[in-house]
Design a protein around this ligand. Structure first.
Ligand code: GLU
Length: 388
């Protein structure tokens, strides 16, 4: 049962914000595009990118999930007001996305950092192999110090295969990259007990620790004219985020420097995850997956695993089953004892060829080396006693 604290005054920033090392920020269309003219709100965007630059300088990883392609493109194409046909939004997105990416690129360049465009469709986050590829690209960009700017690939996504709102997309991206914190910059500063516009008794919740039916009931349905997501998709995003071990915060983006405002204690609603992303992922690996195969390791590897290391191909003597890259497998000792479970980084055919070999030989054997580990430490959950 959630018993949220309710206040409306600004308080000190929550410790989760200061501690976050990897932050995903979702920027809603209504913040980026002027409602009357549809033009990009450059001054506001500049203040946001200033804030991103500060986080970047502090050594934090930042991923932006930016809406606005359709809102900006429909203006350029002079499309009528009101709901658009799917084809019209696809066309609008194709036009608007270029301008959007360009705006981020220029502002970042002036501040000495690099942005990278990532356009995702639903399949890229829901289908295991594509999910891993997307994750790998974003991780690589972050390790190179670039800031990925993500949006849905609206110009090719059709009704059945699209998110349609960037609230849930940003939550999937946040759990994909094991972010500590997801910020939803919105046109409202949090979740209210009732719609604040029509109910004077409505109070903003400071903290939510579980998505109860009561919380769901508070999230109405309405979105604004420009953005797709209302409070309902934000609460759905919160569910995805906290399940993945990511804290989520909804705050108003209608102020200049909205991220700095969080540090200064701006009003917001925090949805707190009960565990960190790695623990959440390990729990998920341990509990929910039907293993597609088995990996048998030698005594040296068994020891290395117990000491907290990743599983390298060199320590594997045998594999069986039929699995693709990213599938769940059990990790077994030579005598068959289950040591744990993990998500394997190579498909069966490739794994067959590299087991027993040094990681430095992978590239030569396969023609390509994705990673040194067969199962990365973070993608593995060991059984408690190393047996069952
Ligand atoms: N992906 C859409 C766009 O860039 C926005 C979706 C949303 O408003 O959440 O225009």
């Amino acid at each position: 049962m959630t018993s949220p604290a309710k206040t409306t005054a600004a308080t000190a920033a929550r410790p989760e914000w200061g501690k976050a090392k990897r932050i995903v920020v979702k920027i809603g269309s209504a913040l980026l595009a002027d409602r009357a003219t549809g033009a990009l709100k450059s001054e506001w965007l500049t203040s946001l990118v200033d804030d991103v630059a500060v986080l970047h300088e502090q050594g934090k990883d930042v991923v932006l999930v930016s809406s606005g392609a359709i809102a900006l493109g429909r203006h350029t194409l002079k499309l009528p007001k009101g709901p658009l046909e799917l084809e019209q939004s696809q066309a609008a997105a194709a036009v608007g996305q270029i301008g959007l990416a360009h705006a981020y690129q220029e502002l970042a360049r002036e501040r000495g950092f690099v942005t990278a465009q990532i356009l995702l469709t639903l399949g890229d986050t829901e289908e295991r192999r594509r999910y891993l590829n997307a994750r790998h690209t974003i991780e690589t960009l972050l390790s190179l110090g670039a800031i990925p700017v993500v949006n849905e690939n609206d110009s090719v996504a059709t009704t059945e295969i699209r998110y349609g709102d960037n609230d849930r997309l940003s939550a999937r991206v946040a759990s994909m990259v094991s972010a500590d914190c997801l910020v939803l910059l919105s046109d409202i500063d949090g979740l209210y007990t009732a719609p604040p516009g029509s109910n004077s008794k409505a109070e903003r919740l400071d903290v939510v620790t579980a998505i109860t039916p009561e919380i769901e009931a508070m999230a109405g349905d309405a979105g604004t004219e420009l953005s797709k997501g209302g409070m309902k998709t934000k609460v759905e995003a919160a569910r995805i985020a906290i399940q993945g071990g990511t804290h989520m915060v909804i705050t108003s983006g209608k102020v200049q420097h909205p991220l700095r405002a969080i540090s200064e204690g701006a009003p917001c609603t925090w949805f707190l995850a009960s565990s960190d992303p790695v623990t959440a992922k390990k729990r998920w690996i341990a509990g929910q997956l039907v293993p597609k195969g088995h990996v048998y390791v030698d005594a040296g590897a068994e020891k290395a695993l117990a000491a907290g290391k990743s599983l390298l191909p060199a320590g594997v003597s045998r594999i069986d089953g039929s699995f693709d890259r990213g599938d769940a497998v059990t990790i077994r000792a030579a005598d068959g004892r289950e040591l744990g479970r993990g998500l394997i980084a190579y498909a069966k055919d490739d794994a067959e060829r590299i087991i027993g070999k040094k990681s430095s030989e992978i590239a030569e054997i396969l023609g390509v080396s994705r990673c040194d580990e067969l199962i990365h430490r973070d993608d593995m959950a060991l059984s408690r006693q190393g047996s069952q």
